[in-house]
Design a protein around this ligand. Structure first.
Ligand code: ADP
Length: 800
């Protein structure tokens, strides 16, 4: 009995009388290898029955395997090893010595059971020899027809006299699976083994023959299609020579014809369809062009040429639907209802196109959806953000490979009616470049003079878009091309106040999200304070999109706790909100703690709503440089320079020393440098801050202002007044200076805010100065102020 380490093999098996290499990686195998190498390099290898078992125990591997000698070991990257072994003889596990840290077995060498033939002695030996020859012949046949086994194998087999070795080498050449190999291994009686091998070889020959038959059949098939194609091409060429002959009608053509007839198409469309069907017949069904024609026909026949839904314009019902979906927005709803009423009164195709303008998340999309619901039309939304290529709107000509219709026609095809409500989102984000001007294509879509015959490049046929109810949205009107803007009736939706957001959340967003997350009101409640906390500290926006997202976030977390059985219900309050939503994300930018020199509060409007901006100015000795920092846009920089020029032109009245600007530098900084800021609306604020710094008078910390300033000191109106005032209110401001021409915008400001803030409307800078510093211009004493700002000695200015 031999005692040696063992490695169970996965996916391979080894036969005696052969040399083989394989990789090992399992730690137990490596341990076994090490043990063998320390001893006499002998190892027992046997196949594992189930490949998936990672750590096989007794019974998981075959008892009969091969006693091998390790010839070579190569370390691979990682922990793996590559072994080269040579099979010495068959062995059978007698017992297991131990299984940890590697498997060690007692093995019985089976070679003494194998028969050694002594030729010419017995009949039995002659029979064995005969069987060996038969096997050899069969093997040779396999090699000649197969091509998978190298012909050299024959000559090497011819040199083997030992019949045992012969069988093992034959077996190692055959493409047989592990089970079959194992069977050969386990068959000790040489005649049986010879017989089994012959059966395996015969089986292999049969398989090869069938394989060849299949190959021949496939080849024939390919030849036939090639021939068909060739003939068809010839036929086409001949037809072309003879002029357009009649094409034989195929089943496919009949199918298209039938569909076209059922659609009751206009003559122009019907003719085009017929032509294309004929063309399909001519090009032959297998050609690449046929695919293109099919796509085209499918597209045309799918389009809703005459299909429309019936309108329901019932103003009362429309009002109910708008109210059902949206809180507040009184004016907006009225405007929409007026618009619908007019459409009802006159079915005028020239009705203007609604354009809903406002910051993100104020409900533009959802209003458009409600409109479609109330008139019972289908709804499509198409975002124009980043559309630069005209072809995106109007499609590519069919000569382009892979051409498709533009997005307008594709969307219409998708909804399947020719009169949907079509929302063109973010019309202000259209941009044109060398690939054409999408705005002009859009103009054609929206223009009632032209849109009844809108021609998509792909379609090559006019499609009537005049029945579509277009609604557009934009964040700002500034970037909408003029001609487009002219076509539109603008409805502004400004941001919401804190209380409006609270009500929207409580009455609309929370119930909606609870429902979407499968929660009921008993399972999750949010206290009013917590809701305000979400609005103030977790979102900073004009609309309610992030608010809705945070509420959805809460629902998800609560839902998860309920499903996991951690809790049955949750009440979100100010005390536990951090647990659900994490740390606060925003801090309201409150007013500065005290009034300071050279620090003023401006008001800005960004696409997410209004914000307050602190503007800081320092003056220092220098030579007249003006420095502007805080990521200011060009327009804002220019407006700062304009303010300074104005101040310089008024030096006399302002009592400023004539040399002042020659001898000092001015630095204007708008903190929170990461947010880009632009626009002219901080003009008066910047000029005021500069004056404050020069004259050394403090500016009230509860005062804010906005307005553009000209070189002559005139104050011009600016946009976004409602949002700016709301932001000022939020920050704790109680006095706001606004351009006189913005007076009417105050109507939009909610009464509650109007009560808390005192407004001053100004025509020019002189009035601003009077309001801020509380004095007429002539009273201002430059020397006093300047000293406070930069510590320059008073006598520097004596000689004014
Ligand atoms: P926009 O198109 O202006 O970016 P959305 O229409 O996508 O905004 O609105 C974002 C979310 O806020 C939607 O779920 C919408 O229903 C909701 N919402 C916005 N305004 C209101 C409102 N006044 N009342 C109820 N829900 C609103």
């Amino acid at each position: 009995m031999l005692r040696m380490p063992m490695i169970p093999l996965r996916g391979i098996s080894i036969l005696p009388n052969s040399v083989q290499h394989f990789d090992i990686g399992r730690s137990k195998s490596i341990e076994a290898l090490n043990a063998a190498m320390e001893d006499d390099s002998m190892i027992f290898l046997t196949a594992q029955k189930n490949l998936e078992i990672e750590d096989p125990k007794e019974g998981d591997y075959y008892d009969i395997g091969v006693i091998c000698k390790i010839k070579q070991v190569l370390k691979l990257p990682g922990d793996a090893m590559r072994l080269l072994v040579s099979g010495v003889s068959r062995g059978r596990i007698d017992s297991i010595d131990f299984e940890e840290p590697y498997i060690q077995v007692y093995v019985e060498d089976l070679s003494r059971h194998e028969k050694v033939i002594n030729y010419n002695i017995s009949e039995s030996d002659l029979e064995t020899e005969a069987m060996k020859r038969v096997l050899m012949e069969a093997f040779e046949e396999l090699v000649t027809i197969g091509g998978k086994i190298s012909p050299e194998s024959i000559s090497s087999l011819e040199q083997i006299d030992d019949v045992n070795k012969f069988t093992d080498v034959v077996a190692s050449y055959l493409p047989i699976n592990i089970k079959e190999k194992q069977k050969i291994l386990e068959t000790l009686d040489i005649k049986t083994r010879l017989e089994e091998l012959r059966l395996l070889v015969e089986k292999e020959i049969q398989i090869m023959k069938i394989e060849e038959k299949i190959n021949r059949r496939v080849k024939k098939q390919i030849n036939k299609t090639q021939k068909d194609y060739y003939l068809r091409e010839q036929m086409r060429a001949i037809q072309k020579e003879l002029g357009d002959g009649e094409v034989e009608e195929t089943e496919e053509m009949r199918k298209y014809m039938k569909k076209a007839e059922s659609l009751d198409l206009d003559e122009e469309v019907a003719t085009k369809v017929k032509e294309e069907i004929q063309r399909l017949g001519k090009v032959g069904s297998t050609s690449a062009e046929a695919g293109v024609i099919r796509n085209y026909l499918d597209c045309i026949l799918d389009l809703p040429w005459n299909k429309e839904t019936e309108d329901r314009i019932d103003i009362k019902m429309a009002r109910d639907i708008l109210d059902e979906d949206h809180y507040g927005l009184k004016d907006v709803k009225e405007r929409i209802l007026e618009y619908l009423a007019i459409r009802k009164l006159s079915d005028n195709p020239k009705a203007p196109i609604l354009c809903l303008v406002g910051p993100p998340g104020v409900g533009k999309t959802s209003i458009a959806k409600s409109v479609s619901r109330s008139v019972e039309r289908k709804f499509i939304r198409m975002s124009l953000g980043g559309v630069r290529d005209e072809a995106e709107i109007r499609g590519h000509r069919r000569t382009y490979i892979g051409a498709i219709p533009g997005r307008i026609i594709s969307s219409i095809r998708k909804v399947g009616t020719k009169n949907p409500v079509f929302l063109l989102d973010e019309i202000d984000k259209l941009s044109g470049d060398f690939r054409g001007d999408p705005a002009s294509a859009l103009l054609e879509v929206l223009d009632p003079e032209q849109n009844s015959t809108f021609t998509d490049h792909y379609l090559e046929l006019p499609f009537d878009l005049s029945k579509v109810m277009f609604i557009t949205t934009a964040n700002t009107l500034n970037t909408i091309p003029g001609p487009l803007l002219d076509r539109m009736e603008v409805i502004r939706i400004s941001g919401y106040t804190r209380d409006e957001k609270f009500n929207i959340a409580k009455k609309y967003l929370l119930p909606k999200q609870l429902k979407e997350h499968g929660l009921s009101e008993e399972k999750m409640t949010i206290s009013d304070n917590a809701l305000y906390e979400i609005i103030d500290s977790y979102t900073r926006e004009a609309g309610v999109r992030n608010l809705e997202r945070e509420i959805a976030n809460l629902c998800r977390k609560v839902g998860k706790d309920i499903v996991e059985g951690i809790s049955k219900k949750a009440r979100i309050t100010n005390n536990n909100i951090v647990k659900y939503l994490g740390n606060k994300k925003f801090r309201i930018e409150l007013i500065a703690e005290q009034s300071q020199i050279g620090l003023v509060r401006g008001l800005a409007w960004t696409s997410v709503g209004g914000e307050t901006l602190s503007i800081e100015v320092n003056i220092m000795p220098g030579n007249g440089k003006v420095q502007l920092t805080g990521k200011l846009g060009d327009v804002m920089k220019e407006s700062a320079m304009t303010g300074i020029s104005y101040i310089r032109s008024r030096m006399k009245v302002l009592n400023i020393d004539l040399k002042f600007f020659k001898e000092h530098d001015i630095h204007i900084h708008v903190p929170e440098g990461a947010t880009p800021k632009d626009g002219p609306s901080a003009g008066i604020a910047m000029a005021t801050a500069v004056i404050s710094a020069i004259i050394g008078e403090k500016i009230d910390n509860k005062l804010a202002m906005t307005g553009e300033v000209t070189l002559r000191g005139t104050v011009l109106p600016v946009g976004g007044i409602k949002e700016k005032v709301l932001a000022a209110h939020r920050a704790g401001i109680d006095r706001v200076i606004l351009p006189i021409d913005n007076k009417r915008d105050i109507d939009e400001v909610p009464n509650k805010v109007k009560k808390d803030i005192e407004f001053t409307f100004v025509k020019n800078m002189d009035e601003v100065i009077k309001k801020v510093f509380g004095k007429e211009l002539d009273d201002i004493n430059i020397n006093k102020g300047f000293e406070t700002v930069s510590d320059v000695k008073e006598n520097n200015y004596e000689n004014k």
